[in-house]
Structure formats: structure tokens, C-alpha cells
Write a protein that binds this ligand. Structure first.
Ligand code: PGA
Length: 233
């Protein structure tokens, strides 16, 4: 089964959480793994409302594991406690907000220790692709996974930075090439992210080496999100 992950980013209010979670037809059974990542403040509400079979993801986690004086932080153990199964980590928006490789390594370790599954995001800026360096760049980002235990679950999301929120997706051939390289180096499911929407999902989800989608903007519209889920089924 492929994965479709809804990354709401910093969008939504209580009413949106209710309507999104309760908006699926009763008895809805997806043929894909549906994972939903609301803002941290709404994780608890979503955890109580999501249809059976949907799983919950956090968009971030603290570098600190033990409870303590860390104002504003949410630990992997807290996420586990309220029903999260996944944590998005290494997203380009969080890297831009200060997540260094050192911090990401600590986050990965905490996620693993808490029994959660990381969705580890990698992807190159356009300047690297223009110079033919996209694989070298992504490979360097992936090297943080070298010490990740083989027997612990892990998802990788390939999200070229220039495709995120731009309406431009990577070309099918480029997706195949990158996903194949990633999978040859790390035998894990690899999702594609970056402007996935109802119009391009069929083409992207039909690719063998694409194990699902990490969806931002289009995940906020339940109908469009469902079309993407159908495409991945
Ligand atoms: P997008 O975002 O679908 O809005 O491009 C994807 C992501 O950043 O995860």
C-alpha cells in the first residue's frame, strides 16, 4: 500500500479540524496508508476525530527527549502519548528555520527511541539541480540515516525545494531517477512531495518507485485530497 500524507503546515482552526476529520463518507476505507499532520496544537483533537485507519503525524519534534525546562518544546514521548505514529523531520521549511544536521540527528534518534516513525525529507534547491548536483546534495542529506537502525520503520520523502508550493512538479523521468538512487542507497519507502495535486497525482502515483505522496497545499481541500488518495490506491 502506498502512503498519502497530508501536511497541513500552519493552516486551520478548530472548525477546520472538525470538518476535515469528519468529512469522509461513513465506513470510508482507504486502500492506501493515510497519514495526517495537523499543527501541533490540534494533534489531540485530530487524534480523537480521525476516521478509523487514518494515522497521525507531527510536523516537528523537540531535540530534547527527557521532560525538563524546555519552554515551547514538544517531545517525541508526548507525541507518542497523544496517539502520533509519525513525525515529519528534515522538511526544507524546518531546515530553513534552523534545523541543522546536528539537530536533525537528535530528532531522528528521539523519534526512533519513542517508537515513532520518521518521515525524513530531503530535496535539492534549483541551483544544485542546474549544476547537475542534485544527487550529490540529496545523498549528503541522506547520510544522516546511515546510523538509523535497519529494523526500525522509516519513510523518506523526496521533495525538491523548487517544487514545494510552486505548482511545478519534478518531471517523471527525474522522479524515477532520484527515487531509484535513493532506494538503491536506502531500502525504504520513498514518497514524492512538491505540488502534488488532483491533476498530477495519477501520473506521479503510477510510478513504481514512488511509494506515495507528501501533500501540502492540496491536502487542505478534502475533495482534492481524496482524489490524490484514489490515485495512489
Ligand atoms: P506542497 O507542499 O504540496 O504545498 O507543495 C508539500 C510539502 O511541503 O510537504
Amino acid at each position: 500500500m502506498k502512503y498519502v500524507i497530508a501536511n497541513w503546515k500552519m493552516h486551520g482552526r478548530s472548525a477546520f479540524v472538525d470538518s476535515w476529520c469528519l468529512g469522509f463518507p461513513s465506513g470510508f476505507q482507504a486502500l492506501v496508508n493515510i497519514v495526517v499532520a495537523p499543527p501541533a496544537v490540534y494533534l489531540g483533537a485530530a487524534s480523537n476525530l480521525l476516521p478509523v485507519g487514518f494515522t497521525l503525524a507531527a510536523q516537528d519534534v523537540s531535540v530534547n527527549m527527557a521532560d525538563g525546562a524546555h519552554t515551547g518544546e514538544v517531545s517525541a514521548l508526548m507525541l507518542k502519548d497523544i496517539g502520533c505514529s509519525y513525525v515529519i523531520v528534515g522538511h526544507s521549511e524546518r531546515r530553513a528555520a534552523g534545523d541543522t544536521p546536528e539537530k536533525l540527528a537528535r530528532k531522528l534518534a528521539n523519534i526512533c527511541e519513542a517508537g515513532l516513525t520518521p518521515v525524513f525529507c530531503v530535496g535539492e534547491p534549483m541551483s544544485e539541480r542546474e549544476q547537475g548536483n542534485e544527487w550529490a546534495f540529496v545523498k549528503q542529506q541522506l547520510s544522516l540515516l546511515d546510523k538509523y537502525p535497519d529494523d526500525k520503520p522509516l519513510l523518506i520523502a523526496y521533495e525538491p525545494i523548487w517544487a514545494i508550493g510552486t505548482g511545478v512538479t519534478a518531471k517523471v523521468d527525474d522522479v524515477i531517477k532520484m527515487h531509484t538512487q535513493i532506494k538503491n542507497a536506502y531500502a525504504r519507502p520513498v514518497l514524492y512531495g512538491g505540488s502534488v495535486n488532483a491533476r498530477n497525482a495519477n501520473e506521479l502515483m503510477a510510478i513504481d518507485v514512488v511509494d506515495g505522496a507528501l501533500v501540502g497545499g492540496a491536502s487542505l481541500k478534502p475533495d482534492e485530497f481524496l482524489s490524490i488518495v484514489d490515485a495512489a490506491a
